[in-house]
Design a protein around this ligand. Structure first.
Ligand code: NAD
Length: 313
């Protein structure tokens, strides 16, 4: 297949690109090196495959993209992973999140419907569940309790996708990723940030009392789920959770990270931050049934791989 992959210079996108190339697909990759984190890191992410793809440094939020894409050879599937990620920064600058996430998704949907691209798969987020109290979070739960502009932007993307699918008969799959970690993890995310600080003898800021909990998902499992969605014979709009379906309290995460690093953390206790949800927990039965999703990597093993990568990078 010829796949248009967006966000290919990012953490998840670069892993997905490598896997799709291994499986023999042709890739056109778009990424604008958004300033959310260092361009050098993204160039390094790209380095293992840039010579095997067609790469464009284009801003998907610019509506000119719709015409620019018309010059690209026929696309079989759009895999849209680009976004401004990160919950807390979205509170400081919400409009940039609406632009990078909602406008960009709308432009791709417009391109898809004008040019007959029948299938789109895109990254949503566990954050759409907000302060949902029902566990585990299932795709059928209402998503009307978001607590950050980032989460709200992802809900808007899902709803736009649903509308386009309904009106134009496009096949669109939204994948709700649950806190993804592993080699090349974004530097702003807790595991990466904490690990670097512990190694540099800096105290780690822990918000709340350490009881917040996340369903941490190893990158190889996410890649397997994304590939499952790419190959699924799918009609209409649908949404799937991709998590490990295991809840890890922050205190446990820090203990396991200390173990993987072979070093104790010093904790700088801080009040809870706006935008942070108390817990996430994925019901993955739907992805198991329809995408063949089958996560394999437990936290201990995943952290071991992450720390090995961090120490050599
Ligand atoms: N990492 C996680 O834990 C997690 C959890 C839930 C959802 N997600 C979603 O998964 C996707 C990938 O996340 P990630 O962690 O790899 O983030 P990332 O920041 O590493 O990758 C996203 C990439 O998108 C690019 N991008 C941003 N805005 C763009 C634009 N307007 N035009 C072109 N490119 C643009 C960035 O430069 C970046 O390289 C995102 O959609 C994110 O919201 C991630």
């Amino acid at each position: 297949m010829h796949i248009l992959l967006t966000g290919g210079a990012g953490f998840i996108g670069s892993h997905v690109a490598e896997k799709l190339l291994q499986e023999g697909h042709q890739l056109t990759v778009i990424d604008n090196f958004d300033s959310f984190y260092d361009k050098d890191i993204k160039e390094k992410n790209l380095s293992s495959f840039i010579d095997k793809v067609t790469f464009y440094d284009w801003d998907l939020a610019d509506s000119a993209i719709i015409q620019q894409l018309e010059n690209v050879p026929k696309i079989d599937l759009i895999l849209h992973l680009a976004a401004k990620a990160g919950v807390r920064p979205s509170i400081q600058n919400p409009s940039s999140y609406i632009r990078a996430n909602v406008d960009a998704t709308l432009n791709l949907l417009e391109f898809a419907r004008k040019n007959g691209v029948k299938r789109t798969v895109f990254a949503s987020s566990s954050s759409v569940y907000g302060i949902n109290q029902k566990v585990p979070f299932a795709e059928s739960d209402a998503i009307n309790q978001s607590i950050s502009p980032y989460a709200a932007s992802k809900i808007a993307c899902e709803q736009l996708a649903h509308s386009f699918s309904h009106i134009y008969g496009l096949s669109i799959t939204a994948l709700r990723f649950f806190t993804v970690y592993g080699p090349r993890q974004r530097p702003d995310l807790a595991i990466h940030k904490f690990a670097r600080m512990i190694l540099n003898d800096q105290p780690i800021p822990v918000y709340g009392d350490g009881s917040t909990a996340r369903d941490y998902t190893y990158i190889d499992d996410i890649v397997q789920g994304v590939l499952g969605a790419v190959y699924a014979d799918h009609q209409g709009f649908d949404v799937y959770n991709l998590g490990e379906s295991k809840v890890i309290p922050l205190k446990t995460l820090i203990r396991e990270l200390e173990h993987a690093l072979g070093k104790k953390a010093t904790i700088d206790w801080q009040p809870m931050q706006a935008g942070d949800v108390p817990f996430t927990y994925a019901d993955i039965s739907k992805a198991r049934a329809f995408l063949g999703y089958d996560p394999q990597v437990d936290l201990k093993t995943g952290l071991k791989h992450f720390v090995e990568w961090l120490k050599t990078n």
